[in-house]
Structure formats: structure tokens, C-alpha cells
Design a binder for this molecule. Structure first.
Ligand code: TRP
Ligand code: ZN
Length: 850
């Protein structure tokens, strides 16, 4: 029985631990079903703590022996840990426990993946390795001895000795237990070196399974670029003699920043042109950077408690986004990030799972590694930088690193640094951390006697536990365009702090057209009554690349909504405006490819729901198909030229330039396939010599109802490569027609390669089902039932991945009564599972309460 009575943890209850840990020594004797972990920990009373209860976390451990200063003791055990009387003076704690990594399918703590040992300790996995005060404000140096018959034995820090069947590691930097890591296995290294700007010589290794050596070069280059960038832009150097990365196939998330020993989901690091798409390469570069940047923002300065998670995650996402903007195209990166924010964070923030960037309570912390904490957390830092300016931001960051190095900090510490470096009062700004929900900003304009007035009003709908919202500080970047399309006022940062504020602009010859929220200067929704003609004007003339794209996006959304609700024909302003932009060869191909994108069907459902219309998934699907077809016809003559962009007469490079051309060429091929039934795509498939083109051609064929032969050939070609087979599973489901989606998904779960215990494979299949909007929401309810079946099956095996996938149901209240009933029945069926994990139970209870 697990977790009969879930308890809620509150931010306001935080108190320091009663003891300070001066050092930790761990010995591992690795045996698949009986690993021995021996700990020797130096404790002393914490003078700053009142509560001197000696409680050590420990879960699923078999306790063999405990001693204090060499004397055996018998602690009091519960299923959460142990307590024990201890001296009121420094003492040495020793414990020996036995654990079973071979049966650890939850992938938290020490577990095995394809015969290799590895760990995942964030957030609270270390307590499944040994008894310990497993909280991020308890920091200590660690030394580790690993005994095992494996050729590679790794832990954090620097290697301090090794021999036949053993290795020792010492990490000189104090760290919380969540950054502990151990890896053992038969691995091969792709090695390189890096010299830091102060002259430290660092050995770099990327460890992979034999056979994957050919997929390491790109990740290694990304690591070196990240190391250089953090020195150049943030003045941060690496601080150990080695930096190791390990790729593992079974992993719950993307990657983990363990000190000196980053562990990666193999999908987040392994790459080759033949097996990875351009998008995969870009994601890998960003994740390598993200984990590397954590060395300073997360490891050297960590979080006091898990409520402060955004302190490291929001900042590190912001830093990796800056890195990607510098390595590639800043405007393309910004547009990608906003698409992602709207697809993942907005539904969360506007539904039953809405929570502040810094939550104030939780049952299971693993459920709070969310788009809100990460991506909205990064947006909040972007706004702070926009409000204080680039120089003051740099000054504040220097102060942060100076003042807090080696500490476990809070959001208060973070904001204090900005107040001290800039003398700005951030008390109202702080609401971004405590208030949940997406603010809406209403825009009204007035034009009289040569004076133009913009009135901005903000409001945020109630969210769970927060019925009243206070006004927030919203930086709204605005520019004004004259009637001929020239910019009459360059970008100004308006600071909206009250519920409603007016801003006047004098000396204008004619009524301007405003370009509002340039660069997406705040994570808000803009409400503004405007005409398609005005959007088309901005699409043609806006000097801000983000807002120019945004105008096209809004125009597309307007026309789709009218097609759905009024049976309107595709809007000519949209089709003509798009054609003009796509024709303009002075525009970056990557940017033009983005222009061809449409809002997701889920976003359209949300937009209809906001306007008081119950979304019909089939009607949405039909409107998108119709608009696509009309676009293909309208751009017919231009398409061959656009498609030609992807035929590059140079060796494959996954850089911004080539990827942009392939993105545009592939988008064109998708439209061409609507006109020729996939004839050209079949040829492109046969010719493709990289995964980007191969997959785009295969998608076109499947969308055209063809490609059966190619799909089978693809499987035969790639059956030895798990990461490619994940794509094979996902693509079919993503592109299936709505009425075929649940059935096809079910058939694929019966495929011999559906290794559902592998999170990547489970997500490839079930994630694709949930993302196929019209298919998942098929009126039969078969999509809901199938997902629920598999959540029930996976939950006892891997609660973290199950709980994450429960979010597929978070938008259920948008839909009609029949669909709500079907979904409610599935929610209840899952909740009726007696041993349901705390993770899934918390998620489903919150979703159900919508
Ligand atoms: N801290 C990691 C990151 O941001 C992510 C992470 C948190 C994680 N919990 C995890 C990764 C559990 C794997 C498993 O990069
Ligand atoms: Zn992170």
C-alpha cells in the first residue's frame, strides 16, 4: 500500500534542519538486486535551528545497521524515514542499507537501464539510496567509493583513485543530495578538452552505450559552446577538472544537472544527421546548454526548498534561451518559445492545474516541474531584464553570484539583489511569483486633435485557491506605424502597473496603427477589437519581427474562428498577406516557415471556449484542413520555388541557416502534397539523405493517405535505433485521421516494440494520441478510454511519467457535456485504483475539481 494519506507541504512551514552536515562518504557495492550502500556522515547541531529532531528521510530501504560514533543504535523507522536520539555535539552517523536497483522501474533513486546503473535524485530520490536529510538547504561535500565489475564507474566531482573493480570520486563543492549521481556500466567515451579562461584544463567526456559513438560529436560541440558562452556573457567558469555527461535510454525527463556528472535522456543528447531532425539538433543544443548552465544557477547557488524551484529553473531556461538566440536567430527563437508557451503553459495557467510560478503548497513535488515554473518562470526574468535594462541586469547577476555563491536561496534573495543593484522597488513585481493565471490586457484607442491615446486595462481570472487578483507590473512594448506603413514611433516600454492606464502620443499627422506587445514583452493575452485589414497591414509592415509574425498568426486565428462559427470562407486578407510575405526572399526562410504555421487545434478550442462557444473538435479539424487546402491553392505557383529551398547543395549541417531552408522547403512540400496527392513527396522520400527530409516526406505521404510502403521500409531501415522507432510510432498517430486515431493507437500498443515501461516509447505513443486533438477527442470516447487504460497500467510502474501524462485531461471542461461525461468517467475509473500513486492522485484530483 502506498501513501494512504497524502500530506500537503506548505511554503510557510519551512524551518531549517536541526543539524549541519560537514561531510558525506558513501560506499556502493553494486549488485543488481542487492546493492549495499554504506554511509558515513559528519553531523553537528545547527545553531540557527530551534527544532533539533533528528529525522532522516529514507524510503524503500532495507536497513542493515546504524551506528553513532561507532556505537550501534536502533532508530525508530517509518515508511518515510527514521528518527533517533543523537548527541548535542558533533557526531558521526553510519548506516548500511540494501536496495534493489534491478527492480526500480520508477527511475528515481538508483536504477538500472539496459544493464547500466544510474541515478536520478532530483527532487527527492536520494532518500531511496540511503537515509539522509534529503532537502536542498542541507549542503555538504561528498566522497564516493564504487565497487563493481563495470569498466566505467562514475560519480560527482573529480576522480581520486581507481583500480580493478573500484573507483573513488571526491566533489569539493558542497551540494544538496538531489545533485548526487552515480553511473556504472559498459560505456564508451567520446572525449575532448576545454581550457577555461583562467587556464583550468577540463577533461570532457560523453559516455554512451557501445554503438552510439557516432552520435556524440554534436553534443560535445554544444557543450564547448555553452562553456565559452557562459564565460563570455555571464563571466561564469567551470570549476572541476572533469565534466562528464552520460546518455541513458530510460529516463523520466530530458536531463539532469548533477554536479560534474550530467545524466541525459539519450533523446536529449544523441544526434546524427541520418537519425535526428533539425528540431532534434536544436533541442539537444539547448538542453546541453541548460544543464551546463545549472552549474552556476542551480548548483553553486541552489534552492532553499522546492517551492523556490523557479529560482534555478526559470533562470536557467532564460539563460539557455539567450544562448540559443545568440547561436541561432533571436526572432525565430522568440517565436518558437511563444508558440511553446501558448501550447503548454497557457492551458495549464488557465485550467485546473494553474499554480503560481512559486507555488505555496504541494503534495508531490514531482508534479511541479511544470511549464509554469520553467517557462513562465523564464518569462518573469525576461520582464525583469526589460524593466531594469541590460546593464543593470548584468550588475544584478554579478551581485547574485558574489553574494550567494555556496548558498541555498529564495526568490526574496533573488529580488533583493535586483533592488540593491538598481534601487528599484520590486514589491509589486513580486506578484508575478505569487499570483497564478494569465493576465489579460485590454487595449482601447482614441484619436482626437492629433493626439493618440492608448488605454490598457489588466485583469486576471480567478484560479484555484486565488479568487482575487491584484494588478501586476506588465511591460508592454509598443510601436506606432503611420498610414503608409512607416514607423512613426519606435518601440517604447509602457509600464502598466494599475488596473487601467492611459498613454498619450502627440504630434502625429494621422491616426497611427499600434503594434502592441512587441517581442512578446510579457506573458499575457492581448484583447483588442481589430479588423482583419489592420492585422494584414501589420503583417505587411510591422518592423518588429515578432509582431509581424503575430499579426499573421492572429489573422489565421480570426479566419479559422469565422470558418468554424460562421461557416465563412477563408479570408482573402490572410491568403494575400501570407503570399506576399512568403514571396519576399529578403526574409529568413526559417521566419517564413513560421509564417506558414497555424494555431494548434487545441488553441482554437481554447479561443472558442473563451468566446463562449463550445468547441467541436471535428469542426476545428475540418476548418484547419480547409484553410490548408485554400492556402495550397492560393500559393500554388510559388510552392515549387519555396520547396527548392530544402534542396541544399552542401554537406548537411544542423545550423540555423540550413535548418531554416529545410523548414521552409518541408512546409511547401506539405502544401504541394495537398495538390498532387503526395506524388512529389514519394520522390523526395526516396531521395532523402537525412532524417529531417526523410521524415517530412513521410509525413506528407501519410497525410495524403499514402505511404504504406514507405512506412514499412522506414521501420525496416531503422528498427535497430530506438530513437528513430519512437518517431515511427509517434508520426503515424500524430497524422492519423480523427476517426482512425484511437484504433491505430491501440493497434500500435500491441506492436512488439511497444516497450511501454520505457518513458520515451510510452510518450511517443500516448503523447501523440493526446496531441492529436480531433482524434483524442473522438466522440466515441475511445481515445479517453485507451489513455486511461494505459495510465492505470503504468502508474504502479512509473508514477512520475503517469502523472505527467494525466495533463492530457486538464482541458476537459472546455468541451461539450457528452465529452465531459466520458472524460469524468475515465478520471473516476483511474482514481478508483486502490494503490494509485500520490503523484497521479494529486494530478487527477486537481483536474477533476475543475
Ligand atoms: N532539473 C532538471 C532540469 O531542469 C530536471 C529534472 C527535475 C528531472 N526532476 C527530474 C530530470 C526528474 C529527470 C528526472 O534539467
Ligand atoms: Zn533545469
Amino acid at each position: 500500500m502506498r501513501d494512504a494519506s497524502p500530506t500537503t507541504i506548505y511554503l510557510k512551514d519551512h524551518t531549517p534542519f536541526g543539524y549541519i552536515v560537514d561531510s558525506v562518504h558513501l560506499t556502493f557495492d553494486l549488485v543488481p538486486h542487492a546493492t549495499r550502500v554504506t554511509s558515513r556522515i559528519a553531523f553537528r547541531p545547527n545553531p540557527d535551528a530551534e527544532d533539533k529532531t533528528f529525522f532522516l528521510h529514507g524510503e524503500e530501504l532495507k536497513l542493515i545497521r546504524t551506528a553513532i560514533d561507532g556505537q550501534e543504535v536502533t532508530p525508530e523507522l517509518t515508511d518515510k524515514g527514521l528518527t533517533c536520539p543523537v548527541p548535542d555535539a558533533p557526531f558521526t552517523w553510519e548506516a548500511e542499507v540494501e536496495i534493489d536497483p534491478g527492480n526500480n522501474t520508477a527511475l528515481e533513486g538508483l536504477y538500472m537501464s539496459n544493464g547500466m546503473y544510474c541515478t536520478q535524485c532530483e527532487a527527492e530520490g536520494f532518500r531511496k539510496i540511503t537515509y539522509y536529510p534529503d532537502r536542498p538547504d542541507v549542503m555538504s561535500t561528498f566522497s564516493v567509493r564504487i565497487n563493481g565489475p563495470h569498466p566505467v564507474l562514475l560519480s560527482n566531482g573529480n576522480p581520486t583513485g581507481s583500480g580493478d573493480g573500484w573507483a573513488e570520486w571526491t566533489d569539493p563543492w558542497p551540494k544538496p543530495a538531489y545533485l548526487f549521481a552515480l553511473v556504472a556500466g559498459e560505456l564508451v567515451a567520446h572525449s575532448d578538452r576545454f581550457t577555461t579562461r583562467s587556464g583550468r584544463d577540463v577533461a570532457l567526456n560523453l559516455y554512451v552505450r557501445p554503438g552510439d559513438e557516432g552520435k556524440c560529436a554534436f553534443g560535445m560541440e554544444a557543450l564547448k559552446k555553452s562553456m565559452t558562452w557562459d564565460e563570455d556573457v555571464y563571466g561564469r567558469e567551470y570549476d572541476l577538472d572533469v565534466f562528464n555527461i552520460v546518455a541513458v535510454d530510460d529516463f523520466n525527463m530530458g536531463a539532469m544537472e548533477n554536479k560534474g556528472l550530467n545524466i541525459f535522456n539519450s533523446s536529449a543528447v544523441l544526434a546524427s544527421p541520418e537519425t535526428s531532425t533539425d528540431a532534434n539538433f536544436e533541442r539537444i543544443e539547448a538542453i546541453i546548454a541548460h544543464e551546463y548552465f545549472h552549474n552556476w544557477t542551480g548548483n553553486r547557488i541552489t534552492c532553499r526548498d522546492w517551492f523556490q524551484l523557479c529560482l534555478k529553473e526559470g533562470l536557467t531556461v532564460f539563460r539557455d534561451a539567450q544562448f540559443t538566440s545568440d547561436m541561432r536567430s533571436a526572432s525565430v527563437k522568440r517565436i518558437h518559445d511563444v508558440i511553446d508557451l501558448r501550447a503548454r503553459q497557457f492551458p495549464e495557467d488557465q485550467g485546473p492545474l494553474s499554480h503560481p510560478v512559486r507555488p505555496e503548497s504541494f503534495q508531490e513535488i514531482n508534479n511541479f516541474y511544470t511549464a509554469t515554473v520553467y517557462e513562465k518562470g523564464a518569462e518573469v526574468i525576461g520582464m525583469l531584464k526589460r524593466l531594469v535594462g541590460d546593464e543593470p541586469y548584468a550588475k544584478a547577476l554579478d551581485l547574485y553570484f558574489d553574494r550567494h555563491d555556496g548558498q541555498a536561496c529564495t526568490i526574496e534573495d533573488w529580488l533583493q539583489v535586483f533592488e540593491d543593484a538598481t534601487t528599484r522597488d520590486l514589491s509589486q513585481f513580486k506578484r508575478w511569483y505569487s499570483q497564478a493565471g494569465t493576465p489579460r490586457v485590454k487595449v482601447e484607442e482614441d484619436w482626437a486633435d492629433g493626439t493618440y491615446t492608448l488605454t490598457l486595462s489588466q485583469s486576471t481570472a480567478p484560479t484555484p485557491g486565488q479568487s482575487e487578483k491584484q494588478p501586476q507590473v506588465i511591460p508592454v512594448a509598443v510601436g506606432l506605424l503611420g498610414p503608409n506603413g512607416d514607423e512613426v514611433l519606435g518601440t517604447q516600454m509602457l509600464e502598466l502597473t494599475k488596473e487601467s492606464q492611459s498613454y498619450t502620443f502627440d504630434g502625429l499627422a494621422a491616426k497611427p496603427v499600434p503594434s502592441i506587445l512587441r517581442g512578446f514583452s510579457a506573458p499575457v493575452v492581448i484583447d483588442r477589437d481589430t479588423t482583419p485589414a489592420e492585422r494584414a497591414f501589420l503583417l505587411a509592415h510591422d518592423t518588429d519581427p515578432f509582431n509581424r509574425w503575430e499579426a499573421g498568426r492572429a489573422l489565421a486565428q480570426d479566419t479559422l474562428l469565422r470558418m468554424i462559427t460562421e461557416d465563412a470562407a477563408p479570408n482573402a486578407d490572410y491568403l494575400d498577406g501570407l503570399l506576399a510575405v512568403l514571396r519576399d526572399d529578403s526574409l529568413d526562410p526559417a521566419y517564413r516557415a513560421l509564417m506558414l504555421g497555424l494555431p494548434t487545434q487545441s488553441e482554437l478550442a481554447a479561443a472558442l471556449h473563451e468566446r463562449g462557444t463550445t468547441p467541436d473538435p471535428m469542426a476545428i479539424w475540418t476548418a484547419v484542413e480547409t484553410l490548408r487546402q485554400a492556402t495550397a491553392q492560393h500559393m500554388q505557383d510559388l510552392l515549387p520555388r519555396l520547396h527548392g529551398q530544402s534542396l541544399i547543395d552542401a554537406p548537411y549541417r544542423p545550423d540555423a541557416e540550413q535548418s531554416g531552408k529545410r523548414a521552409l522547403g518541408s512546409a511547401a512540400l506539405a502544401l504541394i502534397s495537398r495538390l498532387d496527392g503526395g506524388a512529389q513527396a514519394a520522390g523526395e522520400y526516396a531521395r532523402a539523405d537525412n532524417m529531417t527530409l526523410q521524415l517530412s516526406a513521410l509525413s506528407c505521404l501519410l497525410k495524403s493517405g499514402k505511404g504504406e510502403t514507405e512506412l514499412a521500409a522506414f521501420y525496416d531501415q531503422w528498427q535497430h535505433d530506438r530513437l528513430v522507432i519512437d518517431k515511427w510510432f509517434g508520426l503515424q498517430i500524430a497524422l492519423a485521421a480523427p476517426d482512425k486515431t484511437p484504433g491505430l493507437t491501440k493497434t500500435l500498443t500491441e506492436h512488439a516494440d511497444f516497450n511501454w515501461k520505457n518513458p520515451n516509447r510510452f510518450r511517443a505513443v500516448m503523447g501523440a494520441l493526446a496531441m492529436n486533438h480531433a482524434g483524442f477527442h473522438h466522440e466515441s470516447g475511445a481515445g479517453y478510454e485507451l489513455l486511461a487504460d494505459w495510465l492505470i497500467r503504468l502508474d504502479p510502474v512509473n508514477p512520475q511519467t503517469t502523472a505527467r501524462m494525466c495533463t492530457a485531461f486538464q482541458t476537459w471542461k472546455r468541451y461539450d457535456a457528452d465529452r465531459q461525461d466520458l472524460i469524468r468517467a475515465q478520471l473516476m475509473r483511474i482514481l478508483a485504483q486502490l494503490d494509485l500513486s500520490r503523484d497521479s492522485r494529486e494530478m487527477l484530483e486537481r483536474i477533476k475539481a475543475a
